[in-house]
Design a protein around this ligand. Sequence first.
Ligand code: PEP
Ligand code: MG
Length: 889
Amino acid sequence: MTKTVYTFGGGASHSDPRATDKTITGGKGANLAEMAGIGLPVPPGFTITTEECVRYLREGSDFSDQLRADVAAALTHIERAVGKSFGDAADPLLVSVRSGARVSMPGMMDTVLNLGLNDATVEGLAATSADERFAWDSYRRFIQMYSDVVLGLDHGLFEEALEVAKEENGYFADTEMSAADWKALVTEYKGIVQQELGTPFPQDVNEQLWGAISAVFDSWDSDRAKVYRRLNDIPGDWGTAVNVQAMVFGNMGDTSATGVAFTRDPATGEKAYYGEYLVNAQGEDVVAGIRTPQYLTRAAREAAGATAPSMEEAMPDAYRELADVFELLEKHYRDMQDIEFTVQQGKLWMLQTRSGKRTAKAALKMAADMVAEGLIDERTAVLRVDPMALDQLLHPTLDPDAARDVLTKGLPASPGAASGRVVLDADTAEQWAGRGEKVILVRVETSPEDIHGMHAAQGVLTARGGMTSHAAVVARGMGRPCVSGASAVSIDAKTRSLRIGARELKEGDTLTLDGSTGEVMAGEVPTIEPELAGDFATLMEWADAHRRMKVRTNAETPADCRMARQFGAEGIGLCRTEHMFFDAGRISAVREMILADSEAGRRKALAKLLPEQRSDFVEIFSTMAGLPCTIRLLDPPLHEFLPNEDAEFADLADVTGYGVDHLRRRAAELHEFNPMLGHRGCRLGITYPEIYEMQARAIFEAACEVAESSGEAVVPEVMIPLVGTKRELEILRKLVDDTAQTVFAEKGRTLEYMVGTMIELPRAALMAGEIAEEARFFSFGTNDLTQTTLGVSRDDSARFLAVYVEKGIYQRDPFVSLDVEGVGQLVDLAVERGRATRPDLKLGICGEHGGDPSSIAFCEKVGLDYVSASPYRVPIARLAAAQASLRAE
Ligand code: PEP
Ligand code: MG
């Protein structure tokens, strides 16, 4: 029989590998067992497996008999370890109940503390702790949390009652409440429960426990957990574990405290302990951002100019013990740890450890430092950095020379620069962002309900909360710049305005945040382009040493090409020549070509375009200095180039000499119902060969010119789009070859070149064996291949795709991450059939998937030679390709 529950601490055995397997006991449970196993002070407890959560949700919220029996036995383990009994009126055991999924989902799931208190046990707690005030405060906290999390009551009701009680007594802070005040509030809280539910607050401690367990299980399917999973690609069928643990109290007076800490700075990666603590407080007070916490170390306190003593100064013994634990944990896990701890009357207890979330900058620094310290090797360093996180470093930062109108300074909670219009709530953030606005979400503090707004925003600003508040943790995880705890900010929700010091702003005004310094600035501050240097460059070198596939870029302007080369691109995988047609100086010649009635008319217009295209290619070949360049001939349907507006038609009439009526008629003739499946791709080249002929001529003339002037070998790869049959490619390859020969004869020199095709239709994949007879290379155009295989439009699917992903019909947006199961089969098969015909067939991918890490892993598996990604994704692709190689070893 597989175990449903694993005990830890208090003398439990930790030898069963399932107990420390995150897939079974969740991240929190596995690490608690592991910490207890290496002898750290962990309050005894037990973990209910994720498997039980999945079973419970599948079987309609029912607990198995085995689970009930195993939980009862595990409770006895805790009772024996702490020498107290659950529900004992004289000396009660209290427990915490927390969720803990396989990966951490900060703030997404529910927690209940102080469970086991009722009208009888509260008296026992008062007697054993000799602190009546503490006992009744704990009881009211429990009722408040339990009612919110388990009974589904609005926590506002309880907060309001507390506010009223304080007001009536003339108190300002919670700390002024006496034992009698808390006791009276408990009566009131119980009244609220009775009134709202028609039943009393549960007094049976076992009922309380099972209620909390089911609430944690149910929280796996809560809306906020689902949103978090969708944003972070976490499968819905993992489930969460439940951790039940003997309570330790950080709120037992001034020798007690609670805190969170990182073994290194999660924002910068600096090797310095980093964290916050609160004296006489309970765990959730720190994370919730209600009280502003104090610094952990004296150095951090001094750097911040704060006066409240650091833990190092206020509790030197407990601090020293904690620092020893930090060292031990880093050595054990060989990674930076994110820790929760409590000091109960001077005694340190560890409540959690996990690999800490970090910014990309910190991830790179830690990886490089840990290699230097001998803690990890280069391979581990390469595998440790999340490729997508690099995105944070590949975006502009504030120009240090630009003028800044600094309104205030908060905590530098998540680095990066962000400008946008102020919005005051998450829904507005999402709405405005949905219509293409850049927004900055400004809140007093954020809670898990704000997650969608934080995601939609460019950056987040909060008035309250420390560096480990919800806003800070979530923003860092998402890579959103965040300034937290900017106490000069006050928000007026009624007038939808905010005041920052003496300045008044309205919703919609523009702000700039610098999440690396904490500065909040009025207006938009100019930015500068990122650079690949320092730790970033070092890690990239290590990655390149382990990478098999080449990384190219999708680029068509010299500026993009230069950027991509700086980021390490090893060639161009896709140059979409149509982008060059949209240039303001050229569009009228393009339109003239499209609107011509005859080949002669088209050739006349094409002759105007030839020198323009040639100079584009000269620039590109020169910029790429001998690296391979794949140039794709014209792909989109011609009507895309035609005017829409009256004024544009009038302009075009002026330029071409055609009447407006004629132009409109021509435009109407070109209209298509399904342009994506219409007159586009190689079909243009088949029907209007003069277009491809001009483009091929421009390519070869440019290649000859650059070869001549630079002396470098230029090897153009001419790519034909949307091929579905061998015959299409045969006709067009001949056209390109003939043009090449003509140009070479004219120039008196020859060049090496290749003609190949995109594989972006299912038929092309199926017929790859035949098509490879005509093609020297294949480049998988997985944008179109996804569209045509799934029968889902690239342009019209936004309306239903989100629902499809939410319902798990697609695991991820198939245009972002390759549908490996379906579309992947076609790629795999085309690779196999193509190579069977032509063993040296060059194979690459140039759809958007070429910059997506999981798709890149697939490309490694099927043996492509290269991936091609947009310039900003090149470093991501380099790292992802290296990781794919390493994992394949
Ligand atoms: C593709 O279809 O994957 C591709 C790269 O071409 P485009 O996006 O230009 O259609
Ligand atoms: Mg395409």
